[in-house]
Design a protein around this ligand. Structure first.
Ligand SMILES: *Cc1c(COP(=O)(O)O)cnc(C)c1O
Length: 377
């Protein structure tokens, strides 16, 4: 045995972890004395279904007991809602947990995972944490490009992530393009379709990916209760996956990764179809209203199939994204800065309730009408 160098004098995290820039959640702080209106994390302005609150109220007597490790009640409720086989559903503490588990299970040191230029930052963090290399496929017009992904596939590629529709761009890929990607990828590459916003899409050239999963061994679809179901605080996600992938996830997940509150709340939420319809109707009403009014103020509003809008500030006469963000924060309006996604001229705005939406439009209109703020103000 050779002992060239002395061992380090403290534990060393795996290489790659030092390249991770920790995920920064949407901000919650505003100017003192101003009521905060959070429009930075794509949460539901309607909140959860009343059925969820009723289910949670009954929990008290059961808190001493471990929850069902298989989260059967939740998986069966999801299966009923979408006509799926419950055995092919795995739940996670948010879809974040599933995205992380999938990455760690299928990619490691020496492997590559393909993500896209403006892809959700969680994919990159998960790949680096697993010791794998993130390979970035450029997008075209802020939209995932299938040919750019396929051009980056190598023998080392193990996993490909796309969000459809995408965060933070709001753009989407038609089903035909997703199917083309799925069919062109080598069989050993796992394609992860992150459908966190699928419930908001009403186009008929879109599908979340259930059929692709049903007919392939290498496609997984992830979903979340954090957006249209208004349950971000409870951390509930699920995936529909090939049987072999479910088996892998069930081996590596924490034995009780779904807590009792999440199981009960999720089962109640998924059954309340009327509440989901109300959340969709709200979004259908206010997203175009926001887009139209913000466009009138001179802001570029990118097309969106989600519950948020990506806004591009003109940047002229001091009307840039950083100045707009400061201006809105003075009024308690918290949007998401996009610097971490390489879009420093943009802000992301979640569709809020009526009061919030009207305040946002007024604020942007005042900001765009105001003269440039002095430098270093
Ligand atoms: C919000 C979001 C999720 C959901 O994450 P959870 O962990 O389920 O809260 C997943 N993917 C994308 C792209 C998102 O924007």
């Amino acid at each position: 045995m050779q002992h060239d160098a002395a061992p380090p004098n403290r534990p060393q995290a795996r290489s790659g972890i030092d390249r991770i820039e920790a995920y920064v959640p949407g901000s919650t702080s505003v100017a003192p004395g101003v009521r905060a209106i959070k429009l930075s994390s794509n949460e539901s302005p309607l909140g959860p279904s009343p059925a969820v609150l009723a289910a949670l109220a009954d929990l008290g007597s059961e808190l001493a007991l471990y929850p069902d490790g298989e989260a059967k009640k939740l998986r069966q409720a999801i299966a009923r809602r979408y006509g799926l086989d419950a055995a092919r559903i795995v739940c996670g503490a948010g879809s974040d947990e599933l995205l992380t588990m999938l990455t760690h299970a299928y990619a490691g040191p020496g492997d590559e995972g393909i993500i896209t230029q403006y892809g959700f930052l969680v994919y990159k963090i998960a790949l680096l944490a697993a010791g794998a290399s993130p390979i970035i496929a450029p997008e075209v017009d802020l939209t995932v490009n299938v040919d750019a992904i396929l051009a980056r596939v190598t023998p080392r590629t193990k996993i490909v992530f796309i969000a459809n529709p995408a965060n933070p761009t709001g753009s989407f890929l038609p089903f035909a393009e997703v199917a083309r990607l799925a069919h062109a990828l080598p069989r050993h590459v796992l394609l992860v379709l992150d459908a966190a916003y699928c419930e908001y899409v009403t186009r008929n050239d879109y599908a979340a990916g259930l059929e692709l999963v049903a007919n392939a061994h290498n496609v997984v679809m992830t979903r979340t209760f954090s957006k249209i179901h208004g349950l971000a605080a409870l951390r509930i996600g699920w995936c529909y996956a090939p049987a072999e992938v479910c088996d892998v996830l069930n081996r590596i997940r924490g034995p009780f990764n779904m807590n009792k509150a999440a199981i009960e709340a999720g089962a109640a939420a998924i059954a309340d179809v009327d509440h989901q319809a109300a959340a969709l109707a709200h979004n259908q009403r206010w997203r175009p209203w926001l887009a139209e009014n913000l466009t009138s103020s001179g802001i570029e509003v990118l097309p969106s199939e989600t519950n948020f809008l990506l806004l591009r500030l003109p940047g002229t006469a001091g009307h840039d994204a950083a100045a707009a963000d400061r201006f809105l924060l003075q009024r308690g309006l918290i949007l998401r800065r996009m610097d971490a996604y390489g879009l420093p001229d943009c802000l992301r705005l979640t569709v809020g309730d009526e009061v919030a939406n009207r305040l946002v439009v007024e604020a942007f209109s005042a900001f765009m009408a105001a003269p440039a703020e002095p430098a270093h103000a």
